[in-house]
Ligand binder design. Structure first.
Ligand SMILES: Nc1nc2c(ncn2[C@@H]2O[C@H](COP(=O)(O)OP(=O)(O)OP(=O)(O)O)[C@@H](O)[C@H]2O)c(=O)[nH]1
Ligand SMILES: [Mg+2]
Length: 375
């Protein structure tokens, strides 16, 4: 706690001589009164105590009473009343006019959010179907490594963080914050939280990436994915099919495994549809054939969403963020997704797309995720 108090104080004062505090008392006094350059008013007492209580509540709620007693004992005279006011908020939910309203509002919103356990969406597919790209498209950033060769080798969880408007908090052996979201890669963490660039950005949701199932060179990938499917530590499965290779034996094996090993809702995306050609491929038929195939495999009334993960990711990122190769592809995709043939959402709903991003099917997928997970 002392370390956190110090950091809190430093974030305001800009001072970084942490060792100059000889005791808790002097650190707290400093955080409260602060020898702030040009700003000596004691305006942040309440914020300081709120933060201390939040931290204690989150990590050791049984110690809240102890914290109140500790503060009464240790805080300087000028902050005693503020400390008492905040005690009553956290210990007996008593409001107090002296406390800034914004802090109450924040606490209400925080409680509301904290009580909502995130729903978890497990994304599975065979190799290179586009799981990682689709997850990138859903969260709106390039986080998961994607390649034409094999890449994802372990489970990676991405949580939507409704409050942190910028940056990403990553967890592996230790947790860290990175202000630049795309400077991190899912190779370096096992879970992370960031605010999704998506219509799901105010929802309590976690999206889980898995390794390609049919990787003969790395049988452990199959095991990782199978173990997770069996674990039941998720609320629904999104199966990603590659629109170019449907109905393969590998696909049947994975679908069978899912069918036999989970009771959770499952729905389907057909990806990479931007690669189709109007003169050769009927997207309508691809969807229809997949539906019949799934029904034969005993998936009753399967929900199928046609998408282009790559186009949706590019359109969400914006042309300016792309390198020269990708910009060229961006232009081609923009032209494609202005044509009726590539209006993917029109294949499964009445709605006609009014912009290329809608046409990629990603918004429709987000809506379906929202409905299936009851977010
Ligand atoms: N044209 C096009 N390419 C895509 C699309 N989605 C993914 N790709 C490409 O397909 C390749 C594989 O994509 P990934 O997202 O890595 O596939 P994955 O399913 O995560 O692969 P593994 O982790 O190896 O199982 C990459 O080169 C992607 O750029 C899409 O919708 N359209
Ligand atoms: Mg992957």
């Amino acid at each position: 706690m002392r370390l956190l108090f110090e950091q809190w104080a430093f974030s305001i004062s800009g001072d970084c001589h942490s060792s100059s505090y000889k005791s808790d008392k002097s650190a707290i006094k400093s955080a409260l009164s602060l020898f702030r350059v040009k700003w000596k008013l004691l305006r942040l007492k309440y914020e300081f105590f709120f933060d201390c209580y939040y931290l204690t509540e989150k990590y050791n709620a049984s110690q809240l009473k102890k914290l109140a007693a500790y503060f009464q004992d240790i805080v300087p005279y000028f902050a005693k009343k503020a400390s008492k006011d905040v005690d009553s908020v956290f210990l007996s939910e008593t409001e107090c006019k002296r406390i800034p309203r914004a802090l109450f509002k924040h606490r209400l919103a925080n409680n509301h959010w904290a009580n909502r356990k995130p729903k978890k969406l497990l994304v599975v597919a065979n190799m290179s179907a586009g799981k990682s790209t689709l997850i990138n498209a859903l969260v709106g950033y390039r986080l998961n490594r994607t390649k034409t060769t094999v890449c994802t080798s372990r489970i990676c969880m991405l949580y939507n963080n409704r409050y942190n408007k910028e940056g990403i908090i990553t967890h592996s052996n230790q947790s860290s914050f990175h202000p630049e979201i795309e400077s991190t890669s899912s190779d370096d963490f096992t879970s992370a939280s960031l605010r999704f660039n998506s219509s799901l950005n105010d929802r309590a949701i976690c999206v889980i990436d898995t390794p390609g199932y049919n990787n003969v060179d790395h049988p452990e990938h199959r095991k990782t994915t199978e173990d997770f499917i069996k674990s039941n530590h998720y609320d629904a499965i999104l199966y990603v099919a590659d629109g170019r290779y449907m109905g393969t034996t590998d696909e049947e094996i994975l679908l069978n495994y899912i069918h036999l090993n989970t009771q959770k809702p499952i729905f389907f995306a057909i990806n990479q549809l931007d690669r189709m050609k109007e003169s050769e491929d009927s997207i309508k038929k691809i969807i229809g054939d997949f539906k019949s195939h799934l029904k034969r495999m005993k998936f009753s009334n399967p929900i199928i969403v046609p998408v282009s993960a790559k186009a949706s990711l590019f359109f969400k990122l914006g042309k300016n963020t792309l390198n020269d190769d990708d910009r060229f592809e961006y232009d081609q995709l923009s032209i494609k997704f202005s044509r009726n043939y590539f209006d993917l959402q029109a294949y499964i709903s009445e709605a006609e797309s009014t912009n290329p991003l809608d046409a990629t099917g990603i918004h429709q997928l987000e809506t379906i995720i929202n409905n299936i997970l009851h977010l």
